[in-house]
Design a protein around this ligand. Structure first.
Ligand SMILES: *[C@@H]1O[C@H](CO)[C@@H](O)[C@H](O)[C@H]1NC(C)=O
Ligand SMILES: *[C@@H]1O[C@H](CO)[C@@H](O)[C@H](O)[C@H]1NC(C)=O
Ligand SMILES: *[C@@H]1O[C@H](CO)[C@@H](O)[C@H](O)[C@H]1NC(C)=O
Ligand SMILES: *[C@@H]1O[C@H](CO)[C@@H](O)[C@H](O)[C@H]1NC(C)=O
Ligand SMILES: *[C@@H]1O[C@H](CO)[C@@H](O)[C@H](O)[C@H]1NC(C)=O
Ligand SMILES: *[C@@H]1O[C@H](CO)[C@@H](O)[C@H](O)[C@H]1NC(C)=O
Ligand SMILES: *[C@@H]1O[C@H](CO)[C@@H](O)[C@H](O)[C@H]1NC(C)=O
Ligand SMILES: *[C@@H]1O[C@H](CO)[C@@H](O)[C@H](O)[C@H]1NC(C)=O
Length: 478
């Protein structure tokens, strides 16, 4: 049989159309697909798997683009290349982008399509998932431990609460040993990466807030920190949960850096800032002490031996640690002369709470924190001043556990709340007392930052917090 030429052409075109529909690449469930200008098919449309549960289709741009591509999803399986022209159809949706990523979640019982228009040169990722959008903006934050002139100690957002431990009971009311050990941590912690960049980099402003953009970033001075560069996981605060911990060197003094946490390669936290100290800063970081889990900051102590760049249990002298553990042991012995678990000294707190709060306070006092006045921001004269106290060279240290160091430095006083927490949690007979605000509290504590400073009043301080996400640290809260 011979067909007229026009019909033949139509037939071939139709066959090609059918083929393009039939062979549209399938986006597989729960995996990530990356495309760029050269790897996109001519008709940039992809089939979605059908699913009995709701599917999420999410996208992330991997570089900045003045005119970003547009992304469309349909759960109508007869629309094989959804575009802006189809938006009148109730089953066609545009994925709008926020900071470079976006998602659509809905029912796809009979399959559907995902399509891109104005693709340009921007590489992008697509993920189809039945467990919520693979790409997400998280509203949790990484946490700054502290900085030196060229190092920073950073934590991921917390990811796994510590399972509650059964409180001890009378008559065998056993409190954790002074040299306590951690509970067993999660065996498969989530993959978290930190992206660190100098804040002043202008391309940081336009960079999409996506994991693939941060991995591909070539901002000068920026870097990614994966689990393999971490110090492992750390239970800084059992009520918050486990975090990854990183100690990083090679930074530039007096520089403001921006940090994002990227969870599972695709979910990105809000940013925090930190500022490195000046080149004359002498104090090394002390971290990873199980008996003082909240000591993650610079301490006026001699530097650790080469090749270590910070102190941990393996480098801290026994002359510092042994008396600390003895004080805590003796305190615990005195505390348990009370019939803990049988009698109550308060309806709100227990001997275990008292030991915990005392440990925090003791660690803050035993390990004073070094800091510096924030570099003049000029514009921001409303900013409160940190609770700094200058120490002369070779001055007797504030801590009974430390020896003098030959340089001068500024101590960042503990927040008064560290003391009042122990005062509130412990029975009166132990005689634990905090200085009174209106007399001399400000000689030894940061007063009025978290709480207002009026005796017995909680909240209402000038900063409302001991440290903020922008890299300001007002007083030392352990
Ligand atoms: C585009 O993607 C392909 C396949 O994933 C890859 O081989 C190629 O290097 C990418 N090109 C660019 C410019 O990123
Ligand atoms: C497409 O998804 C929307 C939103 O979930 C839903 O209301 C609609 O019923 C779905 N259409 C089909 C054909 O499943
Ligand atoms: C008391 O409790 C501790 C820790 O919970 C336990 O190791 C010890 O065996 C107990 N002692 C007695 C006498 O029950
Ligand atoms: C604390 O306990 C660990 C083992 O749990 C031990 O290796 C370490 O030497 C102890 N530290 C001190 C100062 O006693
Ligand atoms: C973390 O990433 C590694 C390598 O990319 C992968 O093998 C592992 O399964 C991931 N772990 C989790 C919990 O996602
Ligand atoms: C750490 O992991 C990153 C990303 O998974 C990899 O590129 C790098 O080579 C690893 N580094 C080391 C020292 O194993
Ligand atoms: C702890 O108690 C022991 C025994 O009562 C005592 O010898 C020691 O001096 C005390 N240590 C401290 C630091 O109070
Ligand atoms: C760091 O830079 C950010 C952005 O400019 C700013 O908001 C923040 O206050 C700076 N941090 C400090 C401690 O100066």
């Amino acid at each position: 049989m011979f067909l007229p030429l026009e019909l033949t052409v139509l037939y071939i075109l139709h066959a090609q159309l059918v083929r393009s529909q039939q062979t549209a690449l399938q986006l597989t469930l729960n995996s990530l697909h990356t495309f760029n200008a050269s790897s996109l098919p001519k008709v940039p449309s992809f089939a979605l798997p059908s699913s009995s549960s709701e599917l999420s289709v999410s996208v992330a741009l991997c570089s900045a683009e003045a005119t970003p591509p547009r992304f469309f999803v349909t759960n109508d399986s007869s629309i094989s290349d959804p575009s802006a022209d189809d938006l009148g159809n109730v089953d066609v949706f545009e994925i709008s982008l926020d900071d470079g990523s976006g998602s659509w979640t809905g029912a796809v019982p009979n399959g559907g399509y995902f399509a891109v228009s104005n693709a340009g040169q921007t590489p992008f990722e697509v993920g189809v998932s039945d467990g919520g959008p693979m790409h997400q903006l998280l509203d949790n934050l990484p946490l700054l431990g502290d900085t030196t002139l060229n190092e920073v100690l950073l934590f991921s957002p917390p990811f796994s609460p510590s399972p509650p431990v059964d409180p001890p009971t009378y008559p065998n009311y056993t409190l954790p040993a002074a040299n306590t050990s951690f509970p067993v941590g999660p065996t498969t912690p989530p993959n978290v990466t930190l992206y660190v960049s100098p804040t002043s980099a202008s391309s940081l402003v336009t960079m999409p807030r996506t994991g693939c953009a941060m991995r591909a970033s070539n901002v000068a001075g920026s870097f990614n920190l994966g689990a393999n560069k971490s110090e492992g996981i750390w239970l800084r605060d059992a009520s918050e949960g486990w975090r990854w911990q990183w100690l990083v060197g090679g930074l530039t003094p007096l520089t403001n850096y921006t940090v994002y946490a990227i969870v599972d390669e695709t979910k990105v936290s809000e940013p925090i800032n930190f500022v490195t100290k000046s080149a004359s800063f002498v104090c090394p970081i002390v971290h990873s002490l199980p008996y003082c889990p909240t000591v993650n900051y610079a301490v006026p102590i001699a530097p650790p031996p080469f090749p270590f760049t910070a102190h941990a249990t393996n480098t801290l002298p026994n002359t510092v640690v042994d008396p600390l553990l003895q004080v805590l042991t003796n305190f615990t012995v005195s505390l348990t002369t009370f019939a803990c678990g049988r009698d109550q000294y308060s309806p709100l707190v227990s001997c275990a709470d008292c030991q915990q709060a005392y440990r925090n306070w003791l660690c803050a006092v035993w390990f004073p924190r070094c800091s510096e006045a924030a570099p003049e921001s000029g514009s921001d004269s409303q900013k409160p001043m940190s609770a700094l106290q200058a120490q002369a060279p070779s001055a007797t240290p504030r801590s009974p556990g430390l020896s003098p160091i030959s340089s001068s430095y500024d101590v960042l006083l503990p927040c008064l709340e560290t003391c009042t927490a122990a005062d509130r949690a412990c029975p009166n007979f132990l005689g634990f007392k905090c200085p009174i605000t209106r007399f001399n509290a400000a000689d030894s504590y940061g007063v009025g930052y978290v709480d207002s400073g009026a005796d017995g009043v909680q909240g209402g301080g000038i900063a409302g917090t001991a440290q903020d996400r922008y890299g300001n640290v007002w007083c030392n809260q352990t």
